[in-house]
Design a protein around this ligand. Structure first.
Ligand code: AP5
Ligand code: MG
Length: 214
């Protein structure tokens, strides 16, 4: 299997698609956002402030977290939320060389800002298994209101899922991350998918790409 990098604006569905792939294929999801939220849970207030402000956390911190993850897991990965800047793309190339990891394919999930913004209102996450739900979308709702179908624990709402944080996250995405679209296009590894459609339809497109390239 080819490793995957998910490139997309906030709330486009990176986590949702990564979880679907993990359920069906031998992939490990590495969600940088989840890794950072684990650090916040351990008491790192500074990180929480940066994330709520919608800014990027220092690349050195991210690389440290990633290296630990690459060493723990010896398998095919989906990088969900890394790289997010040219600096990080270059750091990933260095890591890949050092660790002898194939860079893989870049899946660019394309969605309008308005559509993405609508999705954050209803997003809920399981604090135990990180499964992602949406309270306002019929087939993404939990069976029981606000309870994880699998873990039976109460779902949480992310601190950065409010209009103000979303605007800042989107601006950061626009300024720092969108240059990567051309960067990876020029390397012939970028695959663009319309992410405004149903989750199943997006998943099918990703499957077509990975099956074609493996
Ligand atoms: P992160 O947690 O990665 O946040 P993000 O990039 O803003 O992306 P999200 O997790 O919000 O969205 P998603 O694309 O995963 O969408 P999801 O599947 O949940 O990062 C958080 C912060 O950490 C950053 O702002 C930054 O501060 C820091 N950080 C992270 N990485 C960093 C890095 N590399 N460098 C520096 N700092 C970093 O879906 C969203 C909702 O929509 C859900 O409710 C879902 O159910 C629903 N949904 C999904 N698909 C569909 C669909 N097709 N139709 C309808 N609804 C859908
Ligand atoms: Mg996510």
């Amino acid at each position: 299997m080819k490793n995957l990098i998910f490139l997309a604006p906030p709330a486009a569905g990176k986590g949702t698609q990564a979880q679907l792939l993990v359920d069906k294929y031998a992939y490990t999801q590495i969600s940088v956002g989840d890794l950072l939220r684990e650090e916040v849970e351990k008491g790192n207030e500074e990180l929480n402030n940066i994330m709520t402000a919608g800014k990027l956390v220092d690349t050195k911190i991210i690389v440290k977290l990633l290296l630990k993850k690459f060493n723990d897991e010896n398998c095919n990965y989906i990088l969900d939320g890394f790289p997010r800047s040219l600096e990080q793309a270059e750091a990933l190339e260095q890591i890949s060389k050092l660790e002898n990891i194939d860079l893989g394919l870049v899946i660019y999930l394309h969605i309008s800002k308005e559509e993405a913004k609508n999705r954050i209102v209803g997003r809920r996450t399981c604090p135990k298994c990180n499964r992602i739900y949406n309270c306002y979308i019929e087939d993404l709702k939990p069976i029981e209101c606000n309870i994880c179908d699998d873990c039976k624990v109460e779902l949480t709402h992310r601190d950065d899922d409010n209009d103000e944080s979303f605007e800042r996250r989107y601006n950061t995405y626009y300024n720092e991350t969108t240059p990567l679209i051309n960067y990876y296009k020029n390397k012939n590894v970028l695959y663009e998918i319309d992410a405004s459609v149903h989750t199943d339809e997006i998943f099918k497109k990703i499957e077509e790409i990975i099956n074609d390239k493996n």
